[in-house]
Design a protein around this ligand. Structure first.
Ligand code: ZN
Ligand code: ZN
Ligand code: FE
Length: 763
């Protein structure tokens, strides 16, 4: 007979609040093992005693059969003395706050809970707060660690005997499910509409009616309020756009099921998996022609999510019974990128003009979190916004060091805290020019610091002297480390992939402050172990009026056309600008000639804006990157034929890309009546070729084998795929952002890595 062994097993990763201990309990029972399991500071600790083979299989299955929402980072095993006990128990966690345990991110409604929710005989039929250890709110309700009910916003709800029984039974799906609730003991919904109040099932029923009739309402979700209405109702959509003051900006929609997503959009395997994942982000899908044009005018893609809370699922079930299976627009309940509203007081103060009814509930939101946004490009799923479902999961770094707070940039602000080799990015904060978002930054920083228990350390921030994020950084204690914007973009990729050693960073975006005080945005940066230098960029052009050029995109267009065609530009191309008042054209022309209020820029975003104007896509934008997004949409995935030429020149040791020949050719094409799609295709192909050639030249000269692509412009799928393919053909290894956004929402990770590794700009 084999001797009995006993092993101590330490499991690290996302293993608390995700049904891990019941999983271990069941495994131990299956293999007839004795011992115990408990949550502790580092994760989950197990002692298992039994036959050697059974213990070995048990250890393998800890990871193999882990719960869907768990993530196992490491399993370490050591032998301990056999005790002779016969049973297996779940031991109470130690009372002290864990130092490195991980707070799980919010989890979308699981299949088991969905089944119960839609089963008329179940005690939780249509109950909007149904959850279990595999699903439900986590980060958004956590006030402090450890993750235990009294320390969440569920503290005020006392479990009924039925819920308590589930909570205490190791074999139940709700064993230690902290937000466990039912209609008898849990939170409930409340509808306020037209001076009347409805509660419970009547509130949901009435909400469905109001939505069906074309009303716009505020709905409390997991991390904040949505403004919701039928996406197929022109009147409702117009009202919502008026109220949000967003004439064209795309709104995400929620569809009842994966099947209905496929009915309206083309869905790849990766996209389908993302839609159904526990994080349940908004996924940018290729829509079938004309589907819900009003939700995303002029764009080939539509942001789609599936019902991720039981409240959403119950609502869609009621709508379905009334014959409606179309999408609801679900856009953040806020204006102009302010923080998403998290309680009905904020809704009253800020959304009352937009929402004709409010469906709220009494399970408070402690941490706000917007919906995350994902898209597929170059064969991988990528994030454009990282918030609900992802925060506060860490990005693993190749190495650790002193704690760093990286403050991010001003647009799409996200900050980052490091703790050893882990980088914790905050949820999407928004545009810091908005003062409420500066408060949101401070509020979130203090909350995350508390949850993660990280002491203050180094403070990294953008090099821009006038950024609000820079001002916030300067007011904090600790050594300040200014980081050039595009160096941070490139390093966000290196940090994600744990790349060490020299590489070439290619950062394309709208704007970022350069080390020469100019506005950079098409940067080729050569990195070695701890320094970087600018090795190439787009030739500077004037940005008449500065930032206003991001919306009045005819301004950078005029500067580029004038520079490309020279003094005679009027004779050939003045009629391009016929939509712009002649007096404005004249003023801007004089500004350029006198160099008045004309900052110099190498911004790729602005170049794209200018080409979208030249192509005739639009004269002015109502949101950032509208022109470029519409330009890409015109391609509808088609491979470009022909390419505009960009000249590459060597200027003071750097490669400079001159867009003049491309601008000239695009102007000629437009004046010859070529369609915008034709111009867009040639621009994409030409730009990609120029980027590949520039990168290859620099990499060749410096002996670099690896290229990191980052910056918001690389959210353009066509460009990302063309540049990646072109560089790979040249034998280079190419990396681009997946875990954090390529836009400024991922820049804090690069800043943190810059500070940890002690990078400097080479003199
Ligand atoms: Zn569940
Ligand atoms: Zn209950
Ligand atoms: Fe940027």
């Amino acid at each position: 007979m084999s001797p009995i062994v006993r092993k101590k097993i330490l499991v690290k990763g996302v293993v608390q609040g995700v049904g891990f201990r019941p999983h271990i309990y069941k495994l131990a029972a299956a293999h007839a093992l004795a011992g115990w399991v408990k949550n502790d500071a580092a994760g989950v600790t197990i002692e298992a005693e039994g036959l050697p083979l059974a213990v070995a299989i048990f250890i393998g299955e800890i990871t193999l059969k882990k719960p869907a929402a768990a993530r196992v980072d490491s399993v370490s095993v050591s032998a301990v003395r056999v005790s002779g006990v016969k049973n297996f128990t779940i031991t109470k966690s130690g009372g002290r706050a864990p130092a490195s345990a991980i707070i799980p991110a919010d989890l979308a409604l699981c299949a088991d809970c969905r089944r119960e929710l839609l089963d008329p005989s179940d005690r939780r039929y249509l109950y909007p707060f149904t959850n279990c250890t595999n699903c439900g709110p986590r980060f958004t309700i956590v006030k402090t660690v450890p993750y235990d009910r009294p320390l969440t916003t569920m503290a005020g709800f006392k479990m009924c005997p039925d819920c308590l029984r589930e909570y205490g039974d190791p074999l139940d799906r709700r064993f230690h499910a902290q937000p466990n609730a039912c209609p008898v003991c849990g939170p409930s919904v409340k509808l306020e509409a037209g001076g009347k109040v409805f509660r419970g099932p009547a509130a949901l029923e009435k909400t469905a009616e109001l939505l069906l009739s074309g009303r716009v309402g505020a709905l409390q979700s997991l991390g904040g309020f949505h403004l919701a209405c039928r996406a197929d109702d022109g009147g409702a959509m117009a009202a919502l756009r008026r109220a949000k003051r967003r004439p064209h900006k795309p709104f995400a929609v929620m569809l009842p099921s994966a099947a209905s997503a496929r009915e309206f959009c083309l869905v790849s395997k990766l996209e389908a998996a993302a839609l159904a994942s526990p994080a349940a982000p908004v996924v940018m899908l290729r829509r079938r022609s004309g589907a819900f044009e009003a939700a995303a005018p002029g764009l080939s893609r539509l942001g789609v999510m599936l019902p991720y809370t039981p409240l959403h699922a119950a609502l869609f079930s009621l709508l379905g019974k009334k014959g409606f299976s179309g999408p609801l627009v679900m856009t953040s309940g806020n204006f102009r990128d302010e923080p998403i509203c998290k309680d009905s007081r904020e809704v009253k103060a800020r959304l009352s003009g937009a929402a004709s009814f409010t469906l709220s509930h009494d399970r408070p939101i402690h941490n706000r979190a917007d919906d995350s946004v994902a898209f597929e490009a170059a064969g991988a799923l990528r994030l454009a916004r990282r918030a609900r479902g992802f925060v506060p999961s860490a990005v693993k770094l190749a190495s650790g060091g002193r704690p760093v707070l990286a403050c991010g940039a001003d647009l799409k602000n996200v900050f980052c805290l490091t703790r050893g080799p882990e980088a914790f990015l905050s949820q999407h904060i928004g545009d810091l020019a908005e003062p409420r978002n500066q408060d949101y930054f401070r509020e979130t920083l203090s909350k995350l610091r508390g949850l993660l228990k990280v002491p203050p350390g180094l403070v990294a921030h953008d090099l821009h002297p006038d950024y609000a994020s820079t001002a916030i950084a300067r007011a904090l204690p600790g050594k300040k480390i200014p980081v050039q914007h595009h160096a941070a973009h490139a390093l966000s990729v290196a940090a994600e992939y744990g790349l060490s050693g020299p590489f070439l960073g290619v950062s394309f975006d709208g704007t970022g402050y350069g080390s020469d005080g100019r506005i950079w945005g098409s940067e080729f940066l050569a990195f070695d172990e701890n320094s970087w230098r600018r090795a190439g960029h787009l030739k500077y052009f004037a940005l008449p009026g500065g930032d206003i050029g991001a919306l009045e995109i005819w301004r950078p267009a005029l500067a580029l056309v004038k520079a490309a065609l020279g003094p005679g530009w009027r004779e050939t191309s003045a009629r391009l600008f016929s939509e712009v008042p002649a007096s404005k054209v004249l003023t801007v022309e004089r500004m350029i000639e006198a160099g008045l209020n004309c900052p110099q820029t190498s911004g790729m975003g602005r170049l794209f804006d200018a080409f979208s104007f030249i192509a005739g896509v639009r004269a002015g934008a109502t949101y950032e990157a509208q022109g470029p997004m519409e330009m890409e949409s015109l391609l509808r995935g088609a491979k470009p034929r022909g390419a505009y030429r960009f000249d590459l020149n060597s200027v003071s040791g750097r490669v400079e890309i001159d867009p003049a020949p491309a601008v000239k050719a695009a102007v000629a094409d437009r004046l010859a009546g070529r369609p915008a799609a034709f111009i867009s295709a040639r621009l994409h192909a030409g730009l990609a070729a120029a980027a590949v050639e520039t990168a290859a030249r620099i990499a060749g000269a410096a002996g670099l084998k690896t290229v990191c692509l980052s910056g918001g412009v690389f959210q353009n799928r066509t460009l990302l795929e063309l540049v990646t393919g072109g560089l790979e053909k040249k034998g280079l290894a190419v990396y681009s952002n997946r875990l954090v956004p390529a836009n400024d929402g991922g820049i804090a990770l690069g800043q943190a890595w810059y500070a940890l590794k002690g990078y400097k700009e080479a003199a």
